[in-house]
Design a protein around this ligand. Structure first.
Ligand code: PRX
Length: 649
C-alpha cells in the first residue's frame, strides 16, 4: 500500500491556486531564476520601503552569509493586522476553543485583535521593552499567546516562546541564554482538565535567573502570589494602555524571534529567524500548501492548525502566516482526548473547519480508540488535511484519509524544521498525486539533494543524508549568540550545503520519503529531543555515573526514549530508582522528555578510545539483536552480553 497513488481529485485540479502545470513552471523558475521568482512572490507583503537585493547568500565557509530582501523595510504585524482593517476588520481572525467544551469560547475579529496587540505593545513599552530586547513568553494556548508574540513584533522586540510544558529549569536556561529581562505568563494553563502551574514554574525558574518584570495573565483565576515590584497583572496593565501603537519600521534582516530547539549537544540552540524572508516564506507556503483562498461565496475558509505556539508550527502556521493571509482560524487550548476522543472532530463540526493540520502522533493515539469517535461526527466541512512533525506511517495515513477525510480530502504531509521556518517538501493539493508516507516534492525555491557520506550528490532513486543546496527566504539566520555553532552544526558536515539531520529516500518518480533523524536527535510525539539533553539530565542525578540515551520504536509517539544508566558503585539500580529517575528527568526538562525505558547497565559499550557505540545501543533498544554488527572494536565486548541479558522487555 505504501506506493499506492492517490491522484489529485478533479475539483482540486480545477480550482486550486496551483495545478500541475503551475507547479512545474513555478518550481523551475524558482530554482533557475530565484531573483525573478522571489521578486514576484515578495509582493504579497506590504513593504514600507522596497528591497534593493532579493538574495545574497553563500553556504561556503569563506564568505558564509544569508541575506534576503536587503534594503526592504516592513513590519510583520502591519501585514498581519493593519492592512486587513479596511477590508476584513469585522471578519473573525481567531476562534478560541477552551480546554473544557462547557466553558465559554472567544471569537476575535481582526479589528479587535489589532487593538489588543497595540494595547499590549504599549504595555511592553511601559515595561521598558525596546526594539531588539528579548521577551520570554511562557503561556498556554490562549489568544494572548499570539497577542504577546505580535505585540513584540509590533515594537521590534524579539520573542522567545517557551513551550508551557517545559520545566522551570528548562525555562530558566532559555531566559538566561537570550538574556531576556521580562517574562509573560499566566496563572495557570489547562490541558485535559488538569491545571498547569505556569506562574509557580516561572517563580521557580526565577530563583535561578533574575528578570525585572513578569506580566501575569489571569486565566484560570487561581490564586497566585505576586512579587511586589516585579510582577504585574496583564489585564490591569492593558486597561491603562492606549490601543494605538505605531508599528516599528524593521529592516528585512532584523530579528523577529528566537525559538529553542534540541540538537545533538546538551544545550538547546536558539534558532533565530528574521523579519522579511520569514514573512514572505511563511505566507507563501501557507497559501499554496493549504490552498488558502476565498470560498466561492467570498468567505474565508476556517483553518485549524492544531500545533501549540510553543513549537515552530505554531509560530509559522498559527501566529503569523494565517493572519498575514487574512484567515479565520481556530486556536485550541486543550488535548485531542478530552473530554473524549471525539474532541477534534466535534470542534471541526462546531466551526465548520475546512482545513485541518495536525501531527501523526495525535492521529495514531486517536486511531487506536476506534472509528466510532470519528464516525459519530459529521466532518462534512473538511476539504483538506495536513500532517507535520514526523513521518506519518502508512496505516495512520490511510486512517486519516479514509476515516477522517472520507477519501475526499487530500493529505498534505509537510516536511520541515524549526530551522527552515516553513514547509520545504510537501504536496500541494491541486498539483501533487499522493503517496502515503511520502512528503513528495520540494516547495518553490527549495533544492533538496541526497548525498553519500562524502557529500557527493547522488542522482535518481537513492537513499542517504538529506541536504538543501541553496538558501530559501525562511531559513534561520543564526544560533542566537553563537554564529560559529550555526555554521558548524549545519554547514560543516557536507561543505557548501545545509545539512538537515534527516535521512531520506528518493524514488523513481522523484518523490522524497523522510526516513527520520540520522543525528543524535529523536522525534518523540513530533517533538525534537536531543539524546544528549536527556543524558545530561540523568547524570545530574546524584546516583548516576553515566547515561546513554537512544530512540526506540513507539506505537503512538513514533519514537520513545530508551535510557541506559550506569549507577555509582555504591548504588543498586532497581524499580525505585528507575521511577525516581523518570520523575527527575520530567522535572529537569519536562514531561515530553519522560524516558519510556530505563535499563541499568554496569557498563556501556565503548571503543578503546572511550566513545560510546550508540549503534549497538540503538539495536538493542529496537530489539534488533540478531544483527549487532561488528563488536570487535569494543574495549570490553562482555558488556554487550550484560546489556542483552538485562534488556527491558
Ligand atoms: O525529522 C524531521 C521531522 O521533524 C524534524 C524537525 O523537528 P522540529 O524542528 O521540531 O519541527 C517540527 C515541525 C516542522 C525534522 O528534521 N519531521 C517534521 N516533519 C516531518 C518530519 N519527518 C517526516 N515527515 C514530516 N512531514
Amino acid at each position: 500500500m505504501t506506493d499506492a497513488n492517490f491522484p489529485v481529485p478533479d475539483a482540486w485540479a480545477q480550482n486550486a491556486l496551483i495545478d500541475k502545470l503551475a507547479y512545474s513552471q513555478k518550481y523551475d523558475l524558482s530554482v533557475s531564476d530565484p531573483e525573478a521568482f522571489w521578486q514576484e512572490e515578495a509582493k504579497r507583503i506590504d513593504w514600507i520601503e522596497p528591497f534593493h537585493t532579493v538574495k545574497d547568500t553563500s553556504f561556503n565557509e569563506a564568505d558564509f552569509h544569508i541575506r534576503w530582501f536587503e534594503g526592504g523595510k516592513l513590519n510583520i504585524t502591519a501585514n498581519a493586522l493593519d492592512r486587513h482593517l479596511e477590508t476584513r476588520g469585522d471578519q473573525t481572525a481567531i476562534i478560541w476553543e477552551p480546554d473544557d467544551p462547557a466553558s465559554e469560547g472567544r471569537t476575535i475579529t481582526y479589528r479587535e485583535l489589532h487593538a489588543l496587540v497595540c494595547r499590549f505593545a504599549n504595555v511592553l513599552k511601559a515595561h521598558q521593552v525596546k526594539k531588539g530586547d528579548r521577551v520570554t513568553i511562557y503561556l498556554p494556548m490562549v489568544p494572548e499567546a499570539v497577542i504577546a508574540m505580535l505585540a513584540c513584533a509590533r515594537i521590534g522586540a524579539v520573542h522567545s516562546v517557551v513551550f508551557a510544558g517545559f520545566s522551570p529549569d528548562a525555562l530558566a536556561g532559555r531566559i538566561e541564554d537570550c538574556q531576556s529581562n521580562i517574562v509573560l505568563t499566566a496563572d495557570e494553563g489547562l490541558r485535559g482538565g488538569k491545571p498547569i502551574p505556569l506562574k509557580a514554574n516561572v517563580d521557580a525558574a526565577l530563583e535561578k535567573v533574575a528578570v525585572d518584570h513578569v506580566i501575569v495573565l489571569k486565566h484560570t483565576g487561581a490564586d497566585v502570589p505576586m512579587v511586589e515590584g516585579r510582577d504585574a497583572d496583564w489585564h490591569g496593565a492593558a486597561a491603562e494602555a492606549a490601543d494605538h501603537c505605531d508599528a516599528q519600521v524593521m529592516d528585512a534582516e532584523d530579528p523577529l524571534f528566537i525559538l529553542y530547539t534540541s540538537g545533538s549537544t546538551g544545550k538547546p540552540k536558539g534558532v533565530l529567524h528574521t523579519t522579511g524572508g520569514y514573512a514572505v516564506w511563511t505566507s507563501m507556503t501557507h497559501q499554496y500548501v493549504f490552498d488558502y483562498q476565498p470560498n466561492p461565496d467570498g468567505s474565508m475558509p476556517v483553518y485549524w492548525c492544531a500545533a501549540d505556539v510553543g513549537w515552530v508550527t505554531g509560530h509559522s502556521y498559527v501566529a503569523y502566516a494565517p493572519l498575514i493571509n487574512g484567515a479565520t482560524q481556530i486556536m485550541f487550548e486543550g488535548v485531542p482526548n478530552y473530554p473524549d476522543h471525539s474532541r477534534f472532530w466535534e470542534i471541526i463540526d462546531k466551526h465548520n473547519v475546512e482545513i485541518f493540520y495536525a501531527a501523526p502522533t495525535a492521529l495514531r493515539a486517536l486511531m487506536r480508540e476506534g472509528d466510532d469517535y470519528v464516525t459519530r461526527t459529521s466532518r462534512k466541512s473538511l476539504r483538506l488535511l495536513g500532517s507535520v512533525g514526523e513521518p506519518i506511517n502508512p496505516e495512520a495515513w490511510d486512517w486519516y484519509h479514509r476515516v477522517v477525510g472520507e477519501r475526499r480530502c487530500p493529505i498534505v504531509d509537510t516536511w520541515w524544521q524549526t530551522e527552515t521556518g516553513g514547509a520545504m517538501i510537501t504536496p500541494l493539493p491541486g498539483a501533487t498525486d499522493l503517496k502515503p508516507g511520502s512528503a513528495s516534492k520540494p516547495m518553490f525555491g527549495v533544492k533538496p539533494e541526497i548525498v553519500d557520506n562524502d557529500g557527493t550528490i547522488q542522482f535518481g532513486a537513492t537513499e542517504g543524508p538529506l541536504v538543501i543546496t541553496d538558501s530559501w527566504p525562511g531559513q534561520m539566520r543564526t544560533v542566537y549568540g553563537d554564529h560559529d555553532r550555526f555554521f558548524q552544526t549545519y554547514f560543516s558536515t557536507f561543505p557548501g550545503y545545509y545539512f538537515t539531520g534527516d535521512g531520506c529516500r528518493r524514488d523513481d518518480d522523484g518523490y522524497y520519503w523522510i526516513t527520520g533523524r540520522i543525528d543524535d536527535v529523536i522525534n518523540v510525539s513530533g517533538h525534537r529531543m536531543g539524546t544528549a539533553e536527556v543524558e545530561s539530565a540523568l547524570v545530574a542525578h546524584p546516583s548516576v555515573s553515566e547515561a546513554a540515551v537512544v530512540g526506540m520504536p513507539h506505537d503512538i509517539k513514533g519514537q520513545g526514549i530508551y535510557a541506559y544508566v550506569t549507577t555509582n558503585a555504591d548504588v543498586e539500580g532497581g524499580d525505585e530508582l528507575r521511577a525516581e529517575l523518570v520523575k527527575w528527568v520530567r522535572k529537569e526538562i519536562g514531561p515530553i522528555a519522560t524516558p519510556d525505558v530505563v535499563q541499568f547497565a554496569p557498563g556501556l559499550p565503548k571503543t578503546r578510545s572511550g566513545k560510546i557505540m550508540r549503534r549497538i545501543l540503538r539495536k538493542i533498544a529496537e530489539n534488533d539483536v540478531g544483527n549487532l554488527g561488528d563488536t570487535s572494536t569494543l574495549a570490553d565486548p562482555s558488556v554487550v552480553d550484560d546489556l542483552l541479558a538485562n534488556r527491558a522487555k
